[in-house]
Design a protein around this ligand. Structure first.
Ligand code: SF4
Ligand code: SF4
Length: 449
C-alpha cells in the first residue's frame, strides 16, 4: 500500500475499544459492520492514537474491510443514516398494548403503574369498539401482516370481557384478511380460574406473570391491601392456563443467586418446571427502575458492575438447577442493535379512555400522550407524536459521529423528555459507562449475539 493510500485512511469514529478483556488482549467493536475483534496493545495504541502507519499492511487491509479503518467517514455515516431511516419506516409487524383497566387487585409496594381502585379506569364498550377499529385500520395495509395484542394494566383480567371482545373482533378481522395475530396477557396471575380461558382466546395466546422470588418473599410483597398471600393462587393460575394450551412466560425476580435458587426450588416443588410450554426470564426490582421514567426496564439495561455480577451469578444457578432450556437469556451485547420498538411507527399503547401513547411504561401520564382514538377508529395525533417520529440522531452533531451511535441511536425519546424536556434531545443514558461493561461480560461469558 503506497504512502498516499495510507494517508487517505482514517480511523472510523464508530469504533469502541474495551481494554484487557482477556489478559492484555482487548476488544474492538465497529458499529458500522458489527465486527468484534480481539486486539493486542500495539494495535490498540495505533488505533487509539490514529497512527495507522504503525499497523502492518495486512492489518490495515483487514481493518479496512471490517470498517475499523475507512477512506470515507461520510460513507460510513450514510450507511448508518440509511439503517436508521429503515428502522423508522413503516414496519410489517405491529404491537398494540392495551390497558382495558387501570385498576389492580394487588398493591405491590414497588409498583410503577398508575393503578386506580375505582371503576373510572375501566374501558367502556364504546372505547373497546374504537380500539378494534383503530387496530384494524392500522393493519389494513398490504405491507403489514403480523400483529401482537398485549393486554396490560392495572390488572387486565379485571376487565376480562373487554379483553375478550377486543381479542375476538380483531382476530376475526385479521383472519378474514389472512394476517397473523398473537395475544399476550400480562397479569399478576391471581384471578385466573377455569372460566378465564373458556371460551379460549382466539389464536396463539401467551400469559406473562411474575413470581417475586421464593414463595416466602412473594407472599410478603405481591399482596393486596389486606396483605393476603398470593403465591399459591398465582401457581394455580399458571397451571390452569397451561392446561388450556396457553403458553406461559414467567418473570422470576431474584436479586442474588441464592434467591434465584430458592425461587426455582419452590417452582419445582409446585410442578412448574414440568410445564412444557413455559419459559422464564429473571428480573430485578431496582430503585433506578423508576428514577426518571417509570419503566426503563428495557431489556439489556444493566445499571452497575454489581448488577452485572448478580445477573451472571443468577445465570449460573439457573444452569446448575437444570432450568437452562426454559430460560430466556438475553445477550448482554448485540453487535447489531435496533431501535426500541416504541420508537418505530406502528406500535402503540392504548389506555382505558382511548388515549394513545407510544411506550407502555408512560401510559396514564399526560406528558407522554401522543393522541387519541376517534369514534371512527382514526387517530388524532398531537405534535409530540410527529416530533418523536421525526426524531433523528443525525440532527445532532454530537450524535452523528459518536462511537456509540450504532448502539444508542440517540437514546430513548421518553427519557430525553423526562430529563431534558424535549423528545428530540439526545439522551446518552450512561451508555458510555455501561456498554464496555456489557461487552466485557458478554465476551467473557459467551453471551453476545
Ligand atoms: S420508549 Fe424508552 S422507556 Fe420505553 S421501552 Fe423504549 S427505551 Fe424503554
Ligand atoms: S445520545 Fe449520546 S451516546 Fe447516544 S449517540 Fe448521541 S451522543 Fe452518542
Amino acid at each position: 500500500m503506497s504512502q498516499a493510500r495510507v494517508a487517505e485512511m482514517r480511523v472510523s469514529p464508530y469504533n469502541i475499544i474495551v481494554e484487557k478483556v482477556f489478559g492484555d488482549t482487548g476488544v474492538i467493536y465497529n458499529g458500522v459492520t458489527g465486527t468484534i475483534l480481539r486486539i493486542q496493545p500495539r494495535v490498540r495504541e495505533a488505533i487509539r492514537s490514529g497512527r495507522i502507519e504503525l499497523l502492518t499492511p495486512g492489518e490495515r487491509a483487514d481493518f479496512e474491510s471490517k470498517g475499523i479503518l475507512t477512506r470515507c467517514i461520510e460513507t460510513q455515516k450514510d450507511s448508518l443514516r440509511k439503517l436508521y431511516e429503515h428502522m423508522k419506516s413503516p414496519w410489517p409487524q405491529c404491537t398494540f398494548v392495551i390497558s382495558p383497566t387501570s385498576k389492580c387487585n394487588l398493591a405491590c409496594p414497588y409498583c410503577y403503574e398508575r393503578s386506580t381502585d375505582d371503576d373510572a379506569g375501566l374501558m367502556s364498550r364504546e372505547i373497546a369498539g374504537r380500539t378494534v377499529k383503530f387496530i384494524c385500520n392500522n393493519m389494513d395495509d398490504p405491507e403489514r401482516h403480523t400483529a401482537a395484542l398485549k393486554f396490560y394494566g392495572g390488572e387486565p383480567l379485571l376487565a376480562l370481557d373487554t379483553c375478550r371482545q377486543i381479542a375476538s373482533d380483531v382476530a376475526g378481522w385479521m383472519q378474514a384478511h389472512s394476517k397473523k395475530i398473537s395475544f399476550w396477557i400480562q397479569t399478576n396471575g391471581t384471578l385466573i380460574d377455569e372460566k378465564t380461558f373458556c371460551p379460549p382466546f382466539p389464536e396463539r395466546t401467551y400469559l406473562e406473570a411474575t413470581v417475586d422470588g421464593p414463595k416466602k418473599k412473594h407472599d410478603r410483597t405481591r399482596t393486596n391491601d389486606r396483605k393476603d398471600p398470593t403465591y399459591e393462587r398465582v401457581i394455580r393460575g399458571i397451571h390452569t392456563a397451561a392446561e388450556h394450551g396457553v403458553r406461559i412466560i414467567l418473570r422470576v425476580n431474584a436479586h442474588s443467586g441464592r434467591e434465584m435458587a430458592e425461587a426455582l426450588d419452590d417452582l419445582d416443588e409446585h410442578g412448574v418446571k414440568a410445564i412444557e410450554e413455559l419459559s422464564f426470564y429473571d428480573g430485578q426490582v431496582s430503585g433506578a427502575f423508576s428514577k426518571w421514567i417509570k419503566g426503563t426496564g428495557c431489556q439489556g439495561k444493566i445499571e452497575s458492575a454489581e448488577h452485572m455480577e448478580t445477573v451472571v451469578g443468577i445465570r449460573r444457578v439457573i444452569a446448575e438447577k437444570g432450568w437452562t432450556d426454559k430460560y430466556q437469556s438475553f445477550p448482554f451485547f448485540r453487535a447489531e442493535r435496533g431501535l426500541c420498538h416504541f420508537a418505530r411507527p406502528g406500535n402503540y399503547s392504548i389506555d382505558a379512555a382511548g388515549n394513545l401513547y407510544l411506550c407502555s411504561f408512560q401510559m396514564g401520564d399526560e406528558n407522554y400522550r401522543v393522541g387519541v382514538i376517534e369514534e371512527d377508529g382514526t387517530a388524532s395525533f398531537s405534535e409530540s407524536y410527529f416530533e418523536i417520529m421525526r426524531r433523528s440522531p443525525f440532527d445532532h452533531e454530537k450524535c452523528s459521529e459518536c462511537a456509540y451511535l450504532p448502539q444508542c441511536w440517540g437514546g430513548c425519546f421518553a427519557k430525553a423528555f423526562g430529563k431534558h424536556g424535549s423528545f428530540s434531545a439526545p439522551e446518552c443514558d450512561g451508555i458510555q459507562d455501561t456498554l464496555g461493561l456489557l461487552m466485557r461480560t458478554a465476551l467473557v461469558e459467551g453471551a453476545y449475539a
